[in-house]
Design a protein. Structure first.
Length: 357
């Protein structure tokens, strides 16, 4: 089986492998029942990591082209033959993609999630809980109760801003923690990653400057790079962001946004001290720049006194607060929220409805 890799191509190697094998299957070069090379053997032949071949074979299995069974290996399925002949000159999709999407071709997070889904992998790279810890019976009872009470309403479309009773509850929860917001300040999201994308589209144009911590969350770095913005970074120490250096950057540049994970920072785990939390707020007021506070882990404190969020300490209305239920409940829920001034929520809702009613 001939597979040729172009290591200069932006297309990931595992997709190059799966694409070429897919073509061999659909053209009949690999007929029904053909056994693909063992993963280690093909990896050795191509000079790639075994994980690359594993991911390629998983792509083929997801397309229904192969079956993988213990003892038999990976075999071409009987249903793999196309109903109609494949064109000898297929559309070169990679050349049709927009320039913006070509900048988002890094598959690292998707590959990480694919590996995490495997039964034989315990991942320390992704922020996901152990599946056997989920209280399934409790979740089932809650779902039954909610469907019995509000099912006819919840199964319909709701306003783009999200289910109002949940927005009210979140506003009350945030107020209990010192951030005085109303339901009209809360926008529900399909996970906090959607919030990062929406805020980026709302505030940033190509060439704009964004300040982040160094290191920072991989997912937001990908969003910013796809938007074509310039990143200026502030190092961390044991008390979090070096706010003294933040002031120096603000004094010599004109950033459009400060992005920070002040509580249990990703990936370092450090928490910005209470003493330091006031300075970014004062600087944001002085230089008139908004702060995006990403707080996915704030509810996961097991000891010590919780530190107030930047949103709770903000007296100027400069902080956009982003959080998620993915860490405190389960990631498959795909539910997060953003708390911001009403004009921001209104504009974000208009952007959100373009892709997610």
């Amino acid at each position: 089986m001939l597979v040729q890799l172009d290591r200069t191509s932006p297309v990931p190697l595992y997709l190059q492998i799966s694409s070429q094998i897919r073509k061999l299957i659909l053209t009949g070069a690999l007929p029904e029942g053909s056994r693909l090379p063992p993963q280690r053997e093909l990896a050795s032949t191509l000079g790639v990591n075994r994980t690359t071949v594993v991911n390629a074979y998983q792509e083929l299995a997801a397309d229904g082209l192969v079956d993988a069974t213990i003892g038999r290996g990976t075999v071409v399925r009987a249903t793999a033959s196309p109903a109609q002949p494949v064109s000898p000159s297929p559309l070169p999709w990679a050349e049709v993609f927009s320039l913006r999407t070509r900048a988002t071709c890094d598959p690292l997070i998707r590959d990480m999630m694919t590996l995490c889904a495997r039964q034989d992998v315990i991942s320390f790279a992704a922020g996901v809980p152990a599946p056997d810890l989920y209280p399934l019976d409790a979740f089932r009872m809650v779902v039954d109760e909610v469907l019995a009470r509000d099912g006819r309403t919840l199964l319909q479309h709701c306003p783009t801003e999200g289910h109002f009773p949940l927005r009210e509850w979140l506003a009350g929860r945030m107020t209990e923690r010192g951030a005085h917001v109303s339901a009209r300040n809360v926008l529900l999201l399909a996970g906090s990653q959607q919030g990062l994308d929406l805020v980026t589209r709302l505030l940033l144009d190509p060439g704009d400057i964004v300040i982040t911590e160094s290191p920072s969350y991989l997912g937001v770095l990908q969003v910013f790079r796809a938007a074509g913005v310039r990143l200026l970074t502030v190092p961390l120490d044991e008390e979090g962001m070096r706010v003294d250096l933040l002031e120096q950057i603000l004094a010599r540049s004109r950033p459009k946004l400060i992005y920070t994970l002040p509580t249990f920072q990703n990936p370092t785990g450090v928490t910005l001290s209470l003493e330091r939390r006031y300075q970014p707020l004062a600087l944001a007021q002085r230089y008139q720049v908004p702060i995006l506070e990403d707080d996915p882990y704030g509810e996961l404190r097991y000891e010590g006194t919780p530190v107030p969020t930047l949103k709770a300490l903000d007296r100027y209305g400069h902080v956009l607060y982003l959080s998620t239920f993915s860490k405190m409940l389960f990631p498959g829920l795909r539910l997060g929220w953003l708390a911001a001034p009403e004009p921001v929520v209104e504009r974000l809702a208009l952007i959100k409805q373009l892709t997610d009613l």
